[in-house]
Unconditional design. Structure first.
Length: 142
C-alpha cells in the first residue's frame, strides 16, 4: 500500500483527533531524528510507551524514507551548522589516501551540526505536523 494511502487511512481511525495528531507528530520527530537505523523500533516503542497508535506513529516515522532522507538530513545538517555558527561545513577530503577511518575523521566536524540541526528540524516538523494532522482529522470527522 502506498504511503499516501496510509496517510489517508489515519483519518478514518476511530480515536480522538488529538491522539492521532500526537502519534503522527511523534513519528515525524523520531523519523527526522539523527538516530539513523532505529527509527522504526524507536517509533513502535515510544508509541507503545505513550499509548499512542503505533500505525499512525509509523506513518509519521516514514516521512523520512529512502527518497527523502538525503534532502532532510542535508538541510538538517546545514541548519545545525547555522545554529552552531560553523563557518566551513564541507570538509576537505584527501581523495588520494581515502580510507574509511580517514573519511570518518574528515566528517567528524559535521557530527554536532548533524545532531543539533536534525533534532531541531524534527522538533519544528513535529509541531507543525501535529497541527496540520489535527485540523485535517477534525475536518474529516466533522
Amino acid at each position: 500500500m502506498a504511503y499516501r494511502q496510509k496517510l489517508r487511512q489515519i483519518f478514518s481511525i476511530n480515536e480522538p483527533p488529538k491522539h492521532i495528531a500526537s502519534a503522527f507528530a511523534l513519528g515525524v520527530f523520531i523519523g527526522m531524528s539523527p538516530l539513523l537505523g532505529i527509527h522504526t523500533v524507536l517509533g513502535i516503542a515510544a508509541a507503545s510507551l505513550l499509548r499512542l497508535n503505533r500505525l499512525v506513529t509509523l506513518v509519521g516515522v516514514y516521512v523520512t524514507n529512502p527518497w527523502t532522507i538525503v534532502p532532510i538530513y542535508t538541510f538538517g545538517t546545514w541548519l545545525g551548522a547555522k545554529l552552531l555558527h560553523v563557518k566551513h561545513i564541507l570538509p576537505k577530503v584527501d581523495w588520494a589516501h581515502l580510507t574509511f577511518a580517514a573519511l570518518l575523521g574528515d566528517f567528524r566536524p559535521l557530527l554536532m551540526p548533524f545532531l543539533v540541526g536534525n533534532t531541531a528540524l524534527g522538533l519544528v516538523s513535529a509541531i507543525a505536523s501535529y497541527f496540520i494532522i489535527l485540523k485535517s482529522v477534525k475536518k474529516e470527522h466533522a
